[in-house]
Design a protein around this ligand. Structure first.
Ligand SMILES: C[S@@+](CC[C@H](N)C(=O)[O-])C[C@H]1O[C@@H](n2cnc3c(N)ncnc32)[C@H](O)[C@@H]1O
Length: 274
């Protein structure tokens, strides 16, 4: 297992709590209305936790599921964990860049397109039309855990505002960005989609009786390491502030005291004619 694949597995319980129930139920109603086994495509599928969830929570009971991720270690882990058939669903795992996959799949069409914790890494005006083009007419989309500009740690520390602002600036310097969640509604419309449901899916991680559930302490350390990597040379942070802030936050994880909240949004909808 790589550090990254362990991170993706460690966030499973956190994602389960975070996913928006209203958006989920809207998608479930649309899936039920179609009344046939669906062809599903997930891009940036990581280690396959979404298809497991869709089966466990009863949204998919059969059909075909194609999962694409650019990271070979993710696809190898997913294949090892779930094989080629899981809970009546036929699985295809493919290591590929989604843009190359989309270009090579121009003759194929899917009924449901999923991107979970992915779109805040991508250029929406470029990506959404390419993805929608892979859908059948009346095809569905489920875009979940789209980061939306809130990184909160408790208890408060003096450097919090400077660290949060600088961290979001690093996201804004790359495709996607720190306000992807709120931008998605109109970006989806511009690309020809219709949003049927939208709602918050914040990550909320907290200790219970001084201990973090499952592997969530590892998840918190991964988040802090990610922030350290992103911010190590940031010009707006005084030298010393970041190491001191990280030292205190890591100590709070060890002591079972840190609460972490990330604001995110889910959307589900339909593309009437792709
Ligand atoms: C934050 S992870 C989320 C993974 C998974 N959806 C989950 O939540 O467990 C983003 C994933 O998208 C993949 N990814 C990013 N850009 C991609 C691209 N252009 N094509 C395919 N996969 C990509 C990464 O390899 C990574 O596994």
């Amino acid at each position: 297992m790589t550090t990254f694949t362990r991170y993706l597995l460690s966030k499973r319980t956190i994602d389960d709590r975070a996913l928006n129930g209203h958006v989920w139920h809207t998608l479930q109603m649309e899936v039920t209305r179609r009344d046939r086994p669906l062809r599903v495509l997930e891009v940036g599928a990581g280690v396959g936790t979404m298809v497991e969830r869709l089966a466990a929570w009863g949204l998919l009971t059969g059909g075909e599921y194609t999962a694409v991720d650019a990271n070979p270690a993710c696809i190898a882990t997913a294949r090892q964990r779930l094989g080629t058939r899981h809970a009546g669903i036929d699985l295809t795992w493919q290591t590929a860049d989604l843009f190359e996959f989309a270009a090579q799949s121009s003759s194929q069409r899917w009924d449901l397109l999923i991107a979970h914790a992915l779109l805040d890494l991508l250029d929406l005006p470029h990506t959404l039309p390419l993805l929608f083009n892979l859908l059948q007419p009346d095809g569905l989309f489920y875009f979940t855990l789209n980061f939306d500009g809130g990184t909160i740690f408790q208890p408060p520390l003096p450097g919090d505002t400077a660290v949060e602002t600088a961290y979001h600036q690093t996201m804004d310097g790359r495709p996607g960005g720190s306000q992807t969640g709120r931008q998605l509604f109109h970006q989806v419309q511009r690309a020809g989609g219709q949003v049927l449901a939208m709602g918050s899916s914040d990550w909320v991680v907290h200790p219970v009786n001084g201990r973090y559930p499952a592997d969530e302490a590892f998840f918190l350390h991964f988040i802090l390491d990610t922030m350290e990597n992103a911010l190590s040379d940031h010009p707006a942070l005084d030298s010393g502030l970041l190491p001191d802030w990280l030292h205190q936050r890591r100590a709070q994880v060890q002591a079972g005291q840190l609460v972490y909240i990330a604001h995110q949004l889910d959307l589900a909808g339909v593309v009437r004619s792709a």
